[in-house]
Design a protein around this ligand. Sequence first.
Ligand code: 1GP
Length: 251
Amino acid sequence: MNLTLYKDIQEAKRKGEKKFVVLIDPDKVRLGKIDKVLQLAMDANVDYFFIGGSLIVNNMLDEVLINIKKKCNIPMILFPGNSMQLSYRADGLLFLSLISGRNAELLIGKHVITAPFLKMSPLEIMSTGYMLIDGGVPTTVQYMSNTTPIPAAKDDIAMTTAMAGELLGLKMIYMDAGSGAINPVPTSMIESVSGATDIPLIVGGGIRTPEKAEENARAGADLIVVGNAIEKDPELIMDMSAAIHSVKVNV
Ligand code: 1GP
C-alpha cells in the first residue's frame, strides 16, 4: 500500500506550499476532451485529481480511472458523492463525514457500511470533515444530502465546526461552496478556519479565476480544488497552477 499522499500534503503544509487539485466528474468527462486536460495537467504540474461528483449516473468511474492512469501519473483521489463511488483503481479516498450537516447517515451511517470494503482496499484513506458553505445557489450536494449549508457570513460556525472535526481526529477539512457555486467560500471564513486548526484545509466550489485561487491560498487554503471552470476552459489549468504554486507562506 502506498501511504504517501497524506504525508506529502502535511509536508507541503509544513513548508507553506500550496497544492492544486483538478476535479474530474466522471459524468461530465468526454473521453476525447479528457486527453487535453491530462496533458495540460501534466505540463502545469497539477498535484492531484479528485474524482467524483454528487450524482454519478453513468458507469464511467472505472473507465475514467483506467484511462487517466494509462496516460499520466498524477495521483487520483476519490471524492465520492455516495458510497457507490468506490474503486480500487484510484490511489486514495477522501473518507468524508458531512460535519456541517446533521444527517446521521452522512456523518457515520454510510461509513459503517463501507468500512469493511475500505479496510481491505489498497486505497489510502484520508478521513475528511466536509463542510458545505452557502455559495449563493442551492447545490446538488445540499439537495442530495438533505442538509443546510453553513451561512456564508457565519465564520464563527465554520471555525467551531472545523475545530470539532480536528478534535474528533479527522485528518483534513474540506470547505466546499458546491460545484458551480455563484459565490466561492469567503476569504474571511478561510482565514478563520485555517487560523483555528492545524490540519490541512481543502477549499473549492465556484473558483473561476487564478486570482481567486491565489487569494484562497494566501488566506490559508492548503489545497485548492477547481472543477467547472476547467471543464469549460481547460487552458485555465496553466494560469491556475502558476498562481497557486506561486504562493509560499511563512509558517
Ligand atoms: C465541488 O469543490 C468542488 O465539490 C469544485 O467546484 O466545480 O465549482 O470548481 P467547482
